[in-house]
Design a protein around this ligand. Sequence first.
Ligand code: BTN
Length: 241
Amino acid sequence: MQVLHYRRVASTNTTARRLAESGKPEWTVVVSESQRSGRGRHGATWQSPLGGLWFTILLRPIIPTEAAPTLQFLAGNGLLKGIKAVTDLAPRVKWPNDILSDSKKLAGILVETKTQTDRLEYALIGIGLNLNLTTKQLPSGAISTFMLLRRKLDPSYVLKEILESIRSEYDRPFDPETIMAEWWRNCIHRNKLVTIRTGKTTISGRNTGIDHQGRLYLDTTSSTPLLISDGNLRLALGSTA
Ligand code: BTN
């Protein structure tokens, strides 16, 4: 494992992509104290001031292209365990790539891949963890370990624990069923009423499961459950987490 430290980059995913293209091996990790244009899912901006933990892991997994979505859940499982190892928090996962604590966003994961016909050439696992940040530095709906614990954590120590934790998940034989079962156990909306917005459409229902590709089963008024592969999920009002 090689961890490369930067003071400020545009996005650690962009730097990691450049390194991947130049042939760097897997487990090259790019960490930056801040990012000028951190990004989230669907092209959203990810605010990345000093005090957060912003990093990207370069992986070269030998898995079929269609198994790529599983990587963000594998990373989510590892990240959750890593956070638990360094704090006494009990965070949960939210589909598809968030870590929540007190029902607010503590961390997010952005996986970007490059494929070669039927296999992956590399995957970039970008992780943003709101660490030593105050309310003012975060968007509404977000929370940091500092806000939750009232003390600062050492970013190098937290990074080391999280990397170890993700690595031990990754080193297991790759089995999407096991990865998804573990993720589902820690899911905040397991069997809860949710609404999912995709483009201009919003659908509501009970989330009764997740398949091996990370698609959600949603029980609606129609006779067969829907299988949802993308969208923004919210816990329905009145649905307790
Ligand atoms: C999301 O919740 O939408 C995903 C957020 C991912 C943010 C991290 S910060 C490190 C890496 N570099 C980026 O530009 N994004 C990811």
